[in-house]
Design a protein around this ligand. Structure first.
Ligand SMILES: CC(C)(COP(=O)(O)OP(=O)(O)OC[C@H]1O[C@@H](n2cnc3c(N)ncnc32)[C@H](O)[C@@H]1OP(=O)(O)O)[C@@H](O)C(=O)NCCC(=O)NCCS
Length: 177
């Protein structure tokens, strides 16, 4: 799984292992984080264990998934970022950070690295993102990364704002963060 490790200026993106479970659960069980996720707040540690296993499986099967995000400076686990499969054959960005690590630009940095991975390495034609209707901070992260608003729609049973960016848009707009 080490072949999937990527670095940004301040972050290391690594496929999570069960060693990260306590730290990941500690973040995902918090209402202030989980309320923004499609799945809601994590209610049990088993739910989060299954999520780590699902991400590992996704990396093995499809060559992408959602990484654990670690600070380069200290090695601390601060959240998740990466790609999930959207039926039929598309990918969507997901991300979430510990409350005390928000407001430092890590969300924007991790999304930028995820888009680069999707377009340069996976050669995906486009990448989607969805946010809850009141998640202005998340929308700001997507817009800073050059994603285009497509409107409100039903995503997996929830009304969400939809965003998309194509490979051409990403290349032409040269968003640098
Ligand atoms: C949404 C979320 C990912 C945003 O993460 P974040 O790291 O706080 O967001 P940003 O990257 O926009 O950074 C926020 C601010 O940090 C500040 N900042 C501080 N140091 C910075 C630096 N070195 N570089 C860039 N920005 C920095 C900036 O002011 C920036 O805001 P601005 O662009 O309006 O000036 C985070 O709030 C979160 O995890 N929320 C809960 C889960 C969630 O909503 N997930 C998304 C579901 S769709």
């Amino acid at each position: 799984m080490e072949q999937f490790t990527r670095e940004t200026e301040r972050l290391i993106l690594k496929v999570m292992t069960l060693a990260d479970l306590p730290a990941f659960y500690d973040i995902m069980k918090k209402d202030e984080v989980g309320r923004w996720m499609g799945t809601g707040r994590a209610k049990t540690i088993d739910e989060v264990r299954e999520r780590i296993e699902m991400y590992q499986h996704l990396f093995e099967e499809r060559g992408y998934g959602c990484w654990g995000v670690f600070l380069k400076s200290s090695g601390i686990f601060i959240g998740q970022a990466g790609l999930l499969h959207i039926p039929v054959d598309e990918v969507g960005i997901v991300y979430a950070f510990a409350p005390e690590q928000q407001g430092k630009g890590y969300g924007t940095e991790a999304v930028a690295a995820t888009l680069k991975f999707a377009f340069v390495e996976l050669r995906r034609p486009r990448v989607y993102a969805h946010t809850r209707l009141t998640n202005d901070r998340s929308r700001h992260v997507l817009e800073k990364n050059g994603m285009h608003y497509v409107g409100v729609g039903d995503f997996q049973g929830i009304d969400m704002h939809g965003y998309v960016i194509t490979k051409e848009q990403w290349e032409n707009e040269k968003v640098s963060i």
